[in-house]
Design a protein around this ligand. Structure first.
Ligand code: UD1
Length: 432
């Protein structure tokens, strides 16, 4: 296995470049299944999750040409014949469940494994299934699989209200509804930038969608969609992670430049909270300059759906708060159990405790390097951030979690002054 070894204390200087969005690339790849021509996506991040999803798609008979170094992926679903997404692949990545909507929409039937649990607790797919039923699909659960079919081969369409508003369910339902015989409406649809960008790709393919970016989304089914070449948007969570890195490890008063990001994709709650810490942000086009203050101020946050504070940035925010003299809270409303990073941060001397759905942080204490375990994607990056400002060496183990969502993180950070390297290790070796 690989680990990241971070020697703390170096300032973050210079610039960082944001890769394409992981959470948007996956639905864009799913959209390619709705047409029988070749779709080419650019700015696709070179990540494990993209490779996993490419394998899921290949099972259907779709041909894929992937050139990860160039961040390009071409998909041709003209040869799509199999309607299955097997457990062996779906269990590796929950977003594989998008195959349900894509296959139902394109083929009128699907057999997709239920994804099962998640590292930080239950993550249901009931809304996805409820949505497919509302569009007219017949659904059976059989031996861990969702077996879905459209009457007479094509969904009639229908109306569904999502509660809570779910990114994944919104995307899955849109995938199924776009080629339906009739019209559909999603009430309380997700409006995350990932969803909006995905809708824009479908519109470029000829889909009829109204209310994109609003809570009421109308989908008028069309008979066919055309292939398209489409550029993926920047990863807003990677950008937010870099902004936090600049605030905690940047030299006070000196700008860290973050290229190819979209500040508006982060949502107003993050930007407001970030600036209240005393960190300055200057934006121009796709360049964001982050200037760390002499002294960071504590700011409590509550995660919420877009444009609320993203749950995918709360672990990183906890590390930022650990650097501020004073107390703060991180209240998680999207995934109440998502605190697996806290015991690991506590091992580094971070004074943070979990109280119900909340983490209470007493900041300003020294952070110490040690061996810590990655438990999920965003938890692992929070450990790297803590390692950057810790005394001594931090070994972040099981870094495969981080590799799912951060492209060459150690190369990007070491290019900006951080002492970090990837090292192979044997997890079960006896201590010498
Ligand atoms: C996506 C992101 C993930 C992010 C999350 C919230 C991808 C691949 N993943 O996950 O990084 O943390 O949005 O911004 O894009 N829910 C239900 N029933 C369902 C589906 C969801 O109750 O059928 C609930 C969830 O438990 C959660 C809330 O809805 O409380 C929002 O989850 P959702 O937006 O669906 O998250 P994902 O799409 O899985």
């Amino acid at each position: 296995m690989d680990k990241l070894v971070v020697r703390g204390g170096n300032p973050l200087t210079g610039s960082l470049t944001v890769s394409g969005s992981k959470n948007t690339a996956l639905p864009l790849m799913s959209a390619a299944l709705l047409t029988d021509g070749r779709v080419t996506l650019s700015n696709v991040p070179d990540l494990k999750d993209v490779q996993t999803f490419a394998r899921v798609i290949e099972v259907t008979g779709t041909t894929i040409e992937h050139t990860p170094q160039q961040h390009l992926i071409s998909l041709n679903a003209g040869s799509l014949t199999r309607i299955e997404a097997p457990y062996e692949l779906v269990k590796r990545m929950r977003a594989s469940f998008y195959m349900l909507g894509a296959l139902l929409g394109r083929m009128g039937k699907a057999r997709v494994s239920l994804p099962g649990g998640c590292a930080w607790g239950p993550r249901p797919v009931d809304l996805h299934i409820q949505g497919m039923k509302a569009l007219g699909a017949e659904i059976d659960l059989h031996q861990g699989y969702v077996v879905a079919s459209a009457p007479a081969g094509r969904l009639p369409g229908g109306r569904v209200t999502l509660d809570p508003s779910s990114v994944g369910a919104t995307i899955n339902i849109i995938l199924a509804a776009t080629l339906a015989r009739g019209s559909s409406v999603i009430e309380n649809a997700a409006i995350e930038p990932d969803v909006v960008h995905f809708c824009e790709m479908l519109q470029a393919m000829g889909a009829r969608l109204n209310g994109v970016g609003t809570r009421t989304l109308e989908i008028e089914g069309v008979d066919r969609l055309d292939p398209v070449d489409f550029e993926n948007c920047p990863d807003r969570i990677e950008m937010g992670t870099f902004m936090i890195a600049a605030a905690i490890a940047g030299r006070p008063g000196q700008a860290v430049e973050i290229h190819h990001g979209r500040a508006d994709h982060l949502g107003s709650a993050f930007m407001e909270a970030f600036q209240r810490t005393g960190t300055r942000v200057e934006e121009s086009d796709s360049l964001i300059r982050v200037i760390a203050p002499e002294e960071l101020r504590p700011v409590s946050v509550t995660t919420d759906i877009y444009p609320g504070f993203p749950t995918d940035l709360q672990a990183q925010w906890t590390v930022l708060m650990a650097r501020c003299a004073g107390n703060s809270k991180v209240y998680e409303t999207v995934y109440p159990d998502r605190f697996k990073h806290i015991p690991e941060l506590q091992r580094m001397g971070v004074n943070a405790i979990i109280v119900g759905d909340e983490v209470v942080i007493e900041g300003g204490k020294a952070i110490q390097g040690t061996h810590v375990m990655s438990t999920d994607l965003r938890a692992s990056v929070s450990l790297v951030l803590a390692g950057m400002v810790a005394e001594g060496e931090t070994h972040v183990l099981r870094v495969y979690h981080l590799d799912r969502g951060y492209e060459r993180l150690e190369e990007k950070l070491s290019g900006a002054g951080i002492d970090i390297e990837r090292v192979r290790y044997d997890e079960w070796a006896d201590p010498s």
